[in-house]
Write a protein of this length. Structure first.
Length: 238
């Protein structure tokens, strides 16, 4: 692997240039944060768990026809990806009510939405990632109406693939967040899909198998991350 100059260091990943101009190297660190960085820890093995799960799910999605930035794993915490021009939006898909939608609106936790709900936030920590609508996205010059439709359709396709995969391993997919970027004239799925960016409940219960274990001190975070990683990567579904 040729890891080049540091490009960007986020809350849990560090991005480097690579030996190819159109590819990047993503290093999954052991850092975990919640509440906009208000809670921070370093948990040994957390980077490897999230890298494993992200690599698995990106490949599962590719198999299902969703184009992603994933190229290959270079080592257990290092992913080679296509260099996207990221669109600063967080696309959140919810199958059931949990987290901020329960805090902000009168939904009971666990309420099953008749149709999945898509909500899009503008990525800006200084503004607390405000929710945006299509008009705001267009006015900010982030995407055209046609691109927004593509991204919404892609988010729903991702949801269908992930939901049925998790169902097959006894897990309910409550919600998740994805980010997209431009690569030549296409929009590809980027960033990561891991226990940090999804809400997963043990099937038929409200038992968290994701970052809520860390956010709300619901148990041993690494025990939970390791167990869920094993269930995902050992599923034989790739
Ligand atoms: O906090 P909220 O309930 O809006 O989160 C919805 C989903 O999106 C959760 O699975 C959460 O982990 C994920 N998310 C994320 N990054 C953010 C905000 C939410 O991965 N900045």
């Amino acid at each position: 692997m040729t890891q080049g100059e540091l490009l960007y260091s986020g809350k849990a990943k560090t991005i480097y240039l690579s030996d190819k101009p159109d590819e990047l190297i993503v290093s999954f660190r052991d850092d975990i944060t919640a509440f906009d960085g208000g809670k921070k820890d370093r948990l040994e093995g957390k980077g490897a768990s999230n890298a494993d799960v992200s690599a698995f799910l990106f490949q599962l999605l590719e198999k299902g026809g969703v184009p992603t930035h994933f190229i290959k794993m270079e080592d257990p915490i290092t992913m080679r990806v296509k260099r996207l021009s990221m669109i600063p939006l967080e696309v959140i898909v919810r199958n059931r009510a949990a987290g901020s939608i329960v805090r902000r609106y009168p939904f009971i936790e666990g309420h099953i939405f008749e149709k999945p709900i898509i909500a899009i936030d503008y990525k800006d920590d200084t503004r607390n990632d405000p929710m945006v609508n299509d008009e705001i996205i267009i006015a900010l010059g982030l995407m055209t109406q046609e691109e927004i439709q593509t991204v919404r359709a892609e988010a729903l396709r991702i949801n269908e693939i992930l939901k049925s995969f998790f169902e097959s391993i006894g897990i309910d997919l409550i919600d998740f967040k994805v980010e997209f970027g431009r690569y030549n004239d296409r929009i590809l799925l980027g960033d990561e899909i891991s226990m940090d960016s999804m809400r997963l409940w043990e099937k038929g219960t409200h038992t968290s198998l994701d970052k809520d274990v860390y956010r709300f001190g619901k148990g041993d975070v690494m025990e939970s991350y390791r167990a869920v990683t094993g269930r995902i990567t050992g599923s034989g579904k790739l």
